[in-house]
Design a protein. Structure first.
Length: 348
């Protein structure tokens, strides 16, 4: 990591960490307050919409590094100039964050579900179209991107239900992306990974301190769009998909399995519920920090498995098997802990 990137990352972190000071009175005046419902694990109204701070930090970081890249063709080894992936990912994350903020402001009267999903798909397709223009390749990347970006935006939104879980997810996934970038000499991915990690980790103190603060949809949408846009651009540029998706496996497995189970029970899977694994962990007595750390710990393991496959210590199919095993253990964790009566003992 060169000095320019270090400076850009520091600036992004400072902006994202300080911005809530200015945002809190604005959000309070707008009445952007999260009211507890069946999906939530908190029990008192809390101001949300602080994801705008992460948006500001990401914009500052990407803007700074793009200016630094201007005039020099650093290249990533895949025929893509390092500035444009940053620009595409930044635009996608920003658009998704703004979309999420509309939902934050409107509260229960949020955007129509169909309108919201169409907007998310359009954002994803725009990322795919940009990849097609930059790298060439097959048209399917547009459809792939539309589905994946929309899907992961909703996954991060579904999983953002306990304090610390999104901030830690951004930290771990960002560091894994930076690792993939370093191992493949892909400078833009190192930059994106560092920016995602720093702008979300600096939110943790705000999330845990009284009276509390939530990222809201503006933050979870930014996290989902930023992460999956980076995956799409990297895959389009020729990077292996396994180490990129590995750190996302816990979030994906929790969301997909929960949705399938609810559909099999003929439940309205799009309505608020407490069926996710992380929600079940809170229901058996674990505190927010414990649950967030458990989810993060499993995410670290899957991310490391992905990185191990990238350096050749494990074949890609071995990494896939390893990640699946970790996911199976995670998915069965509530029942395992319930039988041992561990929830009441280690909840914080």
């Amino acid at each position: 990591m060169d000095g320019t990137l270090v400076l850009a990352v520091v600036c992004a972190g400072v902006v994202a960490g300080v911005a809530p000071v200015l945002l809190r009175p604005m959000l309070r005046d707008l009445g952007v307050v999260d009211i507890p419902d069946a999906r939530c694990s908190h029990d008192e109204p809390t101001i949300r919409g602080f994801g705008l701070a992460q948006l500001a930090g990401l914009a500052v970081g990407i803007g700074a590094i793009m200016l630094a890249y201007a005039g020099r063709e650093t290249g990533a080894g895949y025929g893509v100039d390092d500035r444009w992936p940053l620009f595409v990912i930044g635009c996608a994350a920003s658009a998704a964050s703004v979309l999420g903020f509309f939902d934050d402001v409107r509260g229960r009267r949020g955007l129509n579900t169909g309108v919201r999903l169409v907007a998310q798909v359009i954002i994803g397709c725009a990322v795919g179209a940009s990849c097609l223009l930059l790298d060439g390749g097959a048209w399917w990347i547009i459809l792939f991107s539309g589905i994946m970006v929309c899907g992961y935006i909703n996954v991060t939104n579904f999983m953002d239900g306990v304090n610390g879980i999104s901030g830690l997810h951004g930290l771990v996934v960002g560091l894994c992306f930076a690792g993939v970038g370093a191992l493949t000499n892909t400078q833009w991915l190192v930059s994106v990974g560092c920016f995602i990690a720093v702008v979300f980790v600096v939110f943790l103190p705000w999330n845990f301190r009284r009276p509390g603060a939530f990222l809201g949809d503006s933050g979870s949408y930014l996290l989902g769009a930023g992460i999956m846009s980076a995956v799409v651009v990297a895959v389009s540029a020729g990077l292996p998909i396994v180490p990129l998706l590995a750190p996302l496996a816990i979030y994906l497995s929790d969301s997909i399995v929960t949705m399938v189970r609810r559909m099999m029970r003929k439940e309205a899977f799009w309505k608020a519920h407490r069926s996710h694994v992380y929600q079940q962990l809170t229901d058996i007595g674990l505190g927010h920090l414990s649950v967030a750390m458990i989810v993060t710990g499993f995410t670290v393991v899957t991310g490391v498995v992905g990185l191990v496959s990238l350096v050749g210590w494990l074949p890609w199919w071995g990494a896939v098997v390893g990640v699946l095993v970790v996911c199976v253990v995670y998915l069965n964790l509530p029942s395992l802990l319930s039988r041992q009566g561990a929830g009441a003992k280690i909840g914080v």
